[in-house]
Design a binder for this molecule. Sequence first.
Ligand code: SF4
Length: 342
Amino acid sequence: MLTRSDIRAYLTATGPAQEELFAEARRLREEHFGPTVILRGVIEITNVCRVNCDYCPMRRDNTPENDHYFMSSDDIVARARAIRDAGIDIVLLQGGETPRNVATLEHAIPRIRELFDGRVEILLNLGNLRRGQYQRLRDLGATSYILKHETSDPDLHQAIRHEPLEMRLQCFRDLVDLGYRVGTGLISSLPGQTLDSIVDDIELAEALGADMCSVAPFVPAPDTPLQLEPAGSNELALNTIAVLRLHRPQMLIPSVSALEKTSAGGQSRGLEAGANVMTVNFTGADDQQRYLIYGKDRYVVRKQHVEELTRACGLRLRGSVFLDPVTSTDVPVGAGAGKPVS
Ligand code: SF4
């Protein structure tokens, strides 16, 4: 088990020390997952959000100015069909936090399961909901849920997201309790964040029992209160990915588009640092432009990009690790279920 001072030292590693850290992270990924990267397809179902995060162009205060949209359940199912046809068995349904999502997905989820004959991981990323709503979506066939803590510093969390950290953590515990496979995530280099706070983030991901954890460098997006802050360090984000792999080798860790947005080749470096998940965007072209994840100038991940960079890293793509290929029931992370998709 890594100590806090080990983690601190790794987070600031450069040169040969960083190369050694990444090599160990890759070795552990190989030991637990083989030479594979899990491939997801994402559909961004709405850009409307009731939360007001200071780093996000889709924050509540921007909604009146934004060209907002809600996908219908028919559109969502059509996009899910494209994911299936691309040979991907993880459908990530992601959107701003709004109660309207639940009603839409109550219609869409059973139809998506039908499309895949039940052999699909339905992964949700829809923010804080009431426990009863999580239960309803789980009963309808949702498998897994991403609910990022973003920062584990309660004061910074409150200051930057204008909501208590504890509220989000309670939602996380509800999800675990209801049988979801659950992912958290953090933003590194947030204004006001300390290195010790990132150590806390890593320890929190473990304490929560998260199956997945993402790391995204802070992007100062236009039209947000933080737009003039300096961009986050990709090196710190990459070191955090590698430390997470050392700390919890069986974890699913994505190489996120923010790495590519911050620096060309960033997602390839994410894989070099031990990440093992990539997500291809299946949102329609118009809605992609309106989904202002880092503003209009976002990096949209295509399947060809993912295929090229995984091949260049000597890795191959595979399906969900949360599905037994025969019974579609949950299996332990890293147990070798799922199937290669290329
Ligand atoms: S980061 Fe997520 S929760 Fe926060 S404002 Fe943006 S869409 Fe809403």
